[in-house]
Design a protein around this ligand. Structure first.
Ligand SMILES: *Cc1c(COP(=O)(O)O)cnc(C)c1O
Length: 356
């Protein structure tokens, strides 16, 4: 008997491997360093704003997310019509591919990079074109430009790159954009932009202002600590933002998420102090791990990357035994989030014992 069949591309969608929760060990606190989450608990003001929204859960959220659009427009000095909010920047990536790619169209991106890219692209029946990162974990932007064909509709630039860590410089991005045909959409994924400490780093918002084919995606999940609430935003020229809104899930961003995001923008100074503390910890971890003999790529996000090849599984297991859960990519390496000071201490100790 015939049964309903999903489109052929559906079975080709790679599985998303979520970061594992920490293993519970008697007498030992375990830490989750596998999902690049913010280790700080939410601010009281953000919790209060979310609670207030909870009291109205019988009502649909504001479908236009109007207060959140107004807050973002003011914060970044952009017109509201140049914004599109969504259920995390993963939601935006799905919407971008859906709005700009017909089946068979190509999306160029670095690899390894964010694992949601091939999922979203394959789900839309578009074609993934992966360009290997350079040995130091940077995007090979020259090779990415060369990979653009007549079928290319979108190019993803992930800066800083998850999971390898380096960020793209403005000069590199400008040189790249000169080579990209104006009808190809360039997505600058700035999920970790708040953690970047480089003089010449990409300024996504300035880049969007200067180009009609550049969209910047950002998220409240990492620096702002709202990963559980699912809210991200895109900044893009009006027609691109309009296309993103057109394909968005009606009522996708919940009322609690909208309220918490607005409260987070209000509390930005306090949240960015926490980001500063995490950046200081990133430096401490990087120094500690390098002095143990490791060669790490430059870390500009809230995570570090260990290239381990065949030793990846062993490293992840040793980390687990030390009470820290990391994110292994089989045969390639482990990404480890910067977390609580104690968790970071354990990572440095692990790097010493594993290398020695
Ligand atoms: C975490 C992450 C995102 C977004 O996550 P959301 O929680 O969906 O906002 C986007 N891009 C990269 C590279 C990420 O690492």
């Amino acid at each position: 008997m015939a049964t309903p069949q999903p489109r052929a591309n559906v079975s080709a969608i790679p599985a998303y491997v979520p970061g594992k929760p920490p293993t519970v060990r008697p007498g030992m606190t375990s830490y989750k360093l596998s999902s690049n989450e913010n280790p700080y608990p939410p601010l009281p003001g953000v919790i209060a704003a979310a609670h207030e929204a909870v009291d109205r859960m019988n009502r649909y959220p504001d479908m236009g997310s109007s207060a959140l659009y107004a807050a973002l427009a003011e914060r970044f000095g952009v017109p509201e019509e140049h914004l599109s909010v969504a259920t995390g920047s993963v939601g935006l990536i799905y919407q971008l591919v859906q709005a700009f790619c017909d089946p068979g169209d190509e999306v160029v991106f670095a690899w390894r990079s964010f694992e949601a890219y091939p999922i979203a692209i394959t789900a839309a029946a578009a074609v993934t074109v992966q360009v290997p990162v350079l040995p130091d974990g940077r995007h090979d932007l020259a090779a990415m430009a060369a990979a653009i064909t007549d079928r290319t509709k979108v190019v993803m630039v992930c800066t800083p790159n998850n999971p390898t860590g380096p960020a793209v410089t403005q000069a590199e991005l400008d040189a790249f954009l000169e080579k990209v045909p104006s009808q190809v959409l360039v997505v600058v994924d700035e999920a970790y932009v708040e953690f970047v400490r480089m003089d010449d780093a990409v300024d996504g918002i300035a880049t969007y202002r200067a180009h009609s084919n550049v969209v910047v995606t950002r998220t409240f999940s990492k620096a702002y600590g709202l990963a559980g609430f699912r809210v991200g935003y895109a900044v893009a020229p009006g027609p691109i933002a309009a296309a993103l809104r057109a394909v968005s899930l009606p009522f996708g961003v919940s009322a609690v998420a909208q309220a918490a995001a607005i409260a987070s923008l209000d509390a930005e100074d306090e949240l960015l102090e926490r980001v500063n503390a995490l950046v200081a910890e990133r430096t401490r971890v990087g120094d500690g791990v390098r002095s143990a003999g490791w060669d790490l790529p430059e870390a500009q996000g809230n995570f570090v990357w260990f290239e381990l090849g065949e030793r990846t599984g062993d490293f992840a297991l040793a980390a687990d035994e030390a009470g820290i859960v990391v994110r292994p990519f089989a045969g390639e390496g482990c990404r480890v989030s910067i977390g609580e000071v104690e968790a970071n201490d354990r990572l440095i100790a692990l790097a010493r014992s594993f290398a020695g």
